[in-house]
Design a protein around this ligand. Structure first.
Ligand SMILES: [Zn+2]
Length: 340
């Protein structure tokens, strides 16, 4: 990436190979990377995070370790690994309590660190984790960001329980479709919304109990019909904007709303009376801890969930792949295959 703007700012070209700069770092030869919306916002300069140019985007990746610093003990050259994207300063109050994803000097692959749309990347060894059993490199690159994000939202924060009902807004997105998979394995009833009947059909094939086309019906009314007027226990809303108030209105008394994004706008017309009179809880989060990432990988191994991959593009077509994600055509993840 040579400047902020559209996909014309992305170039497939030779860059310097990364060198190990710290004794506890490794070099990973990447086999796959995944596209996330954050990559697009970083490209557009919409995050407020300054990026040193030229820059390599990409927060998700998987590959093989080809070089390890002198003090590395948790992995070795030849290991196949997937990458935990954030890294902290190691010294602030959050880093000192295993919350370096909340670090005041947070760095994430593809933002303040060179990312994964590349043949090689340098990362701290502690960001390397074993690939879930049976996963391809494409699958190993597709899951980390979306699954760690939903895991903290839905499992740690909302504490979704078997037998509860969750409403997932906009099921085509990466976090939303992954939440559908995890919520079904937990044993929850899952209601999804989308503006596309095709995406609703795909969600039902993955186990969604009910699909609501929000262009054809008011999803608040539909949710109340499906829950005998009670509402749902948990709403996952990463859309915000006009949808936010409807998400609150879909909750049962004591319900929990989780959010990790506001693609439709960050200034909702909030219903504060509904929040206190219905005893609602709202949890904001982004990413999750290393411990949650370990727990998540165990869950993926036990549950047999594989991430949903919509399409795989070669690395040289990263700009086309980003455009495809910007257009919102995908269901699940769009992945870059990296072959040297
Ligand atoms: Zn820190």
């Amino acid at each position: 990436m040579h400047g902020y703007g559209g996909i014309e700012q992305l170039f497939y070209e030779d860059a310097n190979e990364p060198k190990i700069t710290e004794p506890d770092h490794v070099i990973v030869k990447l086999k796959a990377a995944a596209i996330n919306h954050i990559d697009i916002w970083n490209r557009m300069g919409a995050t407020g995070i300054p990026i040193r140019l030229p820059h390599i985007l990409g927060g998700d990746g998987a590959g093989t370790i080809v070089e390890a610093g002198a003090s590395v003990v948790n992995v070795k050259v030849g290991d196949a690994v997937c990458l935990y994207p954030p890294t902290g300063c190691g010294q602030c109050e959050f880093c000192l309590t295993d919350r370096d994803f909340m670090c005041i000097r947070l760095r994430v692959l593809g933002e303040r660190l060179e990312g994964t749309y590349a043949e090689f990347v340098e990362v701290p060894a502690e960001n390397c984790f074993p690939i879930p059993a049976g996963y391809s490199f494409e699958e190993a690159a597709a899951f980390p960001l979306v699954f760690i994000t939903l895991w903290r939202m839905v499992v740690t924060n909302a504490k979704l329980e078997p037998g509860e009902t969750i409403l997932i807004i906009g099921v085509g997105g990466g976090v939303a479709s992954a939440t559908l998979q995890v919520a079904k394995k937990i044993g929850a009833r899952v209601i999804v919304t989308s503006g596309s009947d095709e995406k609703l059909a795909r969600a039902k094939a993955l186990g969604a109990d009910h699909g609501i086309n929000h262009y054809k019906e008011n999803f608040v009314d539909a949710v109340h019909n499906l829950t005998a007027g009670r509402g749902v226990d948990v709403v996952l809303d990463c859309v915000g904007g006009e949808v936010w108030r409807k998400s609150l209105a879909s909750l049962a008394i004591g319900g929990r709303l989780v959010t990790c994004g506001a693609t439709a706008g960050g200034e909702p017309n909030d219903d504060i009376a509904a929040i206190f009179s219905k005893h609602l809880k709202i949890y904001g989060s982004t990413l999750g801890s290393r411990e949650e990432f370990r727990q998540l990988i165990n869950f993926l191994n036990i549950s047999g969930i594989n991430p949903i991959i919509d399409r795989v593009f070669p690395l040289k077509d990263a700009a086309t792949a980003q455009k495809y994600v910007e257009d919102g055509k995908q269901f699940g993840k769009v992945v870059l295959r990296i072959s040297a």
